[in-house]
Design a protein. Structure first.
Lengths: 384, 129
């Protein structure tokens, strides 16, 4: 017998057996996955049913380890954090914590903490696998527990992977702890632009929690930090103290001055409007643009003297050399009532080539279109 | 002879998310209301016309017919125009809130919401009826 033919036959048989084994394994794994998904879905439905009494705002709740009592009656014993059932519990809690706020959220988070779910999840932060560490950060953010904050701050500062650090930043932002603000602010000094931007987004989403520290950062010697802090405050739209932003209107850098104007406008600094009037003649055109936008956001003051000055400044803006300044001044006037529209009307009587006239026409056209659109969307009264 | 209990206020709740709809149903029921739930805009309209509730709570982002369209339909019909509408939604930008009120909304609650706050707002709107 030819030895090479024998070995070829053996090879073919071997391949056939391997193929059968492989297909069997694949089928078994698919069955296992489907089965696991079915178990997870049933576990989830069971968990949702059990959780319903927890949403009763007036009932007395108590936790002993994984046992949850309502009015001293055992309502549910949560499964251990590991495994399919533990995953289902985490999923159900995370799904609900997204849209619940206030006291009920605090209570649900406390249940997770007492039942050991937070500490179990935190172990994932030490995984060697980068994807696991990122997923753990996302999960901890979704569970909103302050217990996880120190560990997340540590990961944010020390993890070798940038995506894990950003994941930790986002989790800290979701939890909203004021302890996290300082390290996040410090991270704004990161020279990598995309990481700086992501951290700025996280601070912006933290809202009022981050405002006090951001307000201090406005006076940072590093212009980038001062500018970023003002941008974030403008996004948040609220400030605890307008002083630093008002002082920043006189900063040596026009970039900082422009951002200061925007932050004051969006922050509602009506009692600092006089400083904005002064900044309306800034040498840098983009500062003047932001001042007009800020005045638009604040609206005409109630005080007669300030109101007069408000309209004088906008009228001057309508005659600025730079188109963007004229445009924003015109928009502010269009939205400032009768007096604003009178000033625009006067500008329309200027000679045809007048730059103010063109800006006034655009603003009034936009006003007419907006009004028509609102009328078109209004419900038609039934005349029957 | 025992005093007859006053009828419970009737509320229709519409949200396409099962979890949220269940939670809002429970929260509003715990506030002492009879609640009818609907999973989308069209069902919500049908439920309102059948039940004639004292309050409608609408999510905005729903399939087939969103909350704005449901509200406008209700305001167009003289039989349902007087029913107060509360929007419960994740759309919380200023122009969304203004659009909600322009569509005839009596109140606007942004998610994430506190169930206690929702109950207080429901009671407040019902008390004005």
């Amino acid at each position: 017998m030819n030895p090479s033919l024998v070995s070829l036959e053996q090879l073919l048989v071997g391949l056939e057996i391997s193929l059968v084994v492989l297909l069997t394994c694949m089928f078994a794994m698919r069955t296992l996955r489907v089965r696991r998904a079915e178990i997870a879905a049933r576990a989830r439905a069971w968990m949702v049913d059990k959780m319903l009494p927890l949403f009763d705002g007036d009932a007395e709740q108590r936790c002993e380890g994984r046992k949850v009592y309502i009015d001293d009656v055992l309502v549910v014993e949560l499964p251990p954090p590991k495994g399919i059932l533990g995953d289902a519990v985490r999923e159900v809690f995370a799904d609900h914590l997204i849209f619940i706020a206030g006291e009920l959220r605090e209570r649900l988070v406390k249940i997770l903490e007492e039942a050991g779910y937070i500490s179990a999840a935190m172990r994932g932060l030490k995984s060697r696998n980068v994807e696991s560490r990122i997923k753990t950060c996302m999960l901890l953010g979704a569970m909103h527990s302050r217990l996880a904050v120190p560990a997340l701050i540590e990961v944010f500062g020390d993890d070798p992977d940038a995506f894990v650090r950003i994941g930790a930043a986002e989790a800290l932002g979701a939890i909203g702890s004021d302890v996290a603000v300082a390290p996040l602010l410090a991270a704004l000094r990161n020279p990598t632009r995309w990481q700086q931007v992501r951290v700025a987004e996280v601070l912006s989403r933290m809202g009022m929690t981050a405002v006090p520290a951001l307000t201090i950062a406005v006076e940072d010697k590093d212009i980038r930090i001062a500018a970023l802090a003002l941008d974030i405050l403008a996004d948040i739209g609220w400030m605890s103290d307008f002083g630093p932003a008002e002082r920043a209107l006189k900063h040596e850098s026009p970039e900082v001055r422009a951002r200061a104007a925007e932050a004051l406008g969006r922050g509602g600094a009506t009692d600092r409007i006089a400083s904005l009037f002064a900044a309306s003649t800034d040498a840098a055109w983009f500062v003047r643009v932001r001042v007009m936008k800020a005045l638009h956001a604040l609206g005409a003051p109630l005080d007669d003297a300030l109101s007069t000055r408000f309209f004088q400044v906008l009228d001057a803006g309508l005659h600025d050399d730079v188109w963007w300044v004229r445009r924003h001044a015109a928009e502010a006037l269009a939205d400032s009532g009768e007096l604003g529209r009178t000033i625009l009307g006067r500008a329309m009587l200027e000679p045809v080539g007048s730059i103010a006239r063109r800006a006034a026409v655009s603003a009034l056209q936009r006003l007419v279109l907006l009004s028509a659109s609102r009328l078109a969307r209004a419900p038609v009264p039934n005349r029957a | 002879m025992p005093e007859a209990q006053p009828p419970k206020p009737r509320v229709v709740v519409a949200d396409d998310d099962n979890d949220i709809r269940r939670l809002v149903h429970l929260t509003v029921a715990n506030a002492g209301c009879d609640v009818t739930s609907a999973p989308d805009g069209e069902s919500a309209l049908a439920a309102v016309r059948e039940v004639m509730p004292d309050l409608v709570i609408l999510d905005v982002l729903m399939p087939r017919m969103d909350g704005w369209e449901v509200a406008k339909e209700l305001k167009r019909d003289p039989k349902t125009a007087g029913i107060p509408i509360m929007f419960l939604t994740s759309k919380g930008q200023e122009h969304d809130v203004l659009e909600g009120f322009e569509a005839g909304g009596a109140d606007y609650v942004v998610k994430p919401f506190s169930p206690r706050e929702l109950q207080a707002r429901v009671r407040s709107v019902l008390a004005k009826r």
